[in-house]
Write a protein that binds this ligand. Structure first.
Ligand code: KG4
Ligand code: ZN
Length: 337
């Protein structure tokens, strides 16, 4: 079954074709990064206008790269939540018209669940596993029992991890997009030049819950308080010191969740799963089978949408042409070991 997957929840206009949920025949990503760079963040109005202009050529290019004809596309999947509403609607409406014209099934896919599923395309793990979703909008630690069955252990109580990277970079004028720039700068920095507030586990709210606003504020407003007094206050040193703590906060929860749940498999997804320090620390986990997607499957992409859609379609599930879009996160089941 060839599924065409459309992803327009934020600033990437991506269309992929995935065969039987496994074989990526094409995965086109038209990025708007350069257009949003002057604003140091995604401007929703610009994002949705560009999706409107780009969606049709990106779909054509994806079909052409896959070497298929329209007749060989068996279903169309589209991200319909969560994300920027105007951007989501472009993808959803295109997908509806595509499905109606070709008379093929349509299915709406949840962006968060697709990020958590992305690793299954390249290196499938047996269920259950510990899932880590780390992106610009979300930070979630969960037990993944099946492709549509997650028990959330903890989430961010304020900023998402990617948002903290982006805001620190924006404030210090490091460049855009923040996560990528900080990762690059950090390679050449001293990660102990600033001793920012560390990865302690918060008492009070649930143990796995995560907070990034304290760290972000420290890096933005209180550099002097955490400076070692000798190292240079260079972008490289700030980036490396911030990144060490940002990843440390997450890893502390990961260690605890693995210990408490007894899970021996872990998968990470979302843009921040492209971070080199996080990837290397996850890969070093002892006695844990780790599956992290290749870089192009970490950040927003249509392939993860098409791959997850295959699982639903296989179970006979489809959406109607009345499929809606929502900016909001679909409620999670919470469970605490
Ligand atoms: O998954 P994604 O493409 O979009 C959302 O669903 O949010 O994630 C985007 C986020 C941004 O915050 C970006 O700064 C971050 O992923 N990011 C990174 C890296 N590459 C992208 N953060 C840290 N290190 C990276 N190498
Ligand atoms: Zn995403």
């Amino acid at each position: 079954m060839n599924v065409l997957g459309i992803e327009t929840s934020c600033d990437e206009c991506s269309v992929a074709i995935v065969r039987d949920g496994k074989e990526i025949l094409s995965n086109e990503v038209a990025t708007q990064i350069d257009i949003h760079r002057p604003y140091q963040g995604v401007v929703p109005e610009i994002a949705s206008r560009l999706h409107t202009e780009w969606i049709s050529p990106v779909v054509s290019s994806s079909i052409q790269k896959a070497g298929l004809s329209l007749k060989e596309i068996d279903a169309v999947a589209v991200t319909n939540r969560p994300g920027l509403l105007g951007s989501l609607l472009v993808g959803v409406n295109f997908a509806k018209a595509f499905a109606a014209t070709l008379q093929i099934p349509l299915i709406g896919i949840d962006h968060i669940r697709a990020h958590l599923y992305a690793s299954q395309v390249e290196h499938p793990l047996e269920y259950p596993y510990l899932g880590l979703l780390v992106s610009g909008g979300h930070t979630v630690i969960c037990r993944v029992n099946g492709f549509d069955d997650l028990d959330v252990l903890g989430t961010t109580i304020d900023d998402a991890i990617g948002e903290a990277f982006d805001k620190v970079a924006k404030h210090h004028g490091f460049g855009y997009p923040g996560g990528v720039v900080i990762d690059r700068l950090a390679q050449k920095g001293n990660d102990k030049a600033f001793l920012f507030p560390g990865p302690s586990l918060h008492k009070g709210s649930h143990t796995y819950d995560i907070s990034y606003s304290g760290l972000k504020t420290a890096v933005i407003n209180q550099l002097d308080s955490f400076w070692d007094g000798t190292s240079e206050k260079s972008p490289e040193n700030i980036a490396a010191s911030f990144q060490r703590v940002a990843v440390g906060i997450l890893m502390k929860r990961v260690h605890k969740a693995l210990e408490d749940t007894g899970l021996t498999r872990l998968s990470a997804g979302g843009g921040v799963a492209a971070n080199s320090l996080l990837r290397s620390q996850l890969k070093q986990l002892q006695g844990v089978e780790v599956s992290i997607p290749s870089m192009h499957l970490c950040t927003d992409n249509g392939a993860m949408i098409a791959a997850l859609a295959f699982q639903y379609l296989n179970r006979g599930e489809t959406s109607g042409l009345d499929l809606g879009a929502s900016a909001r996160v679909k409620a999670f089941k919470h469970s605490y070991p």
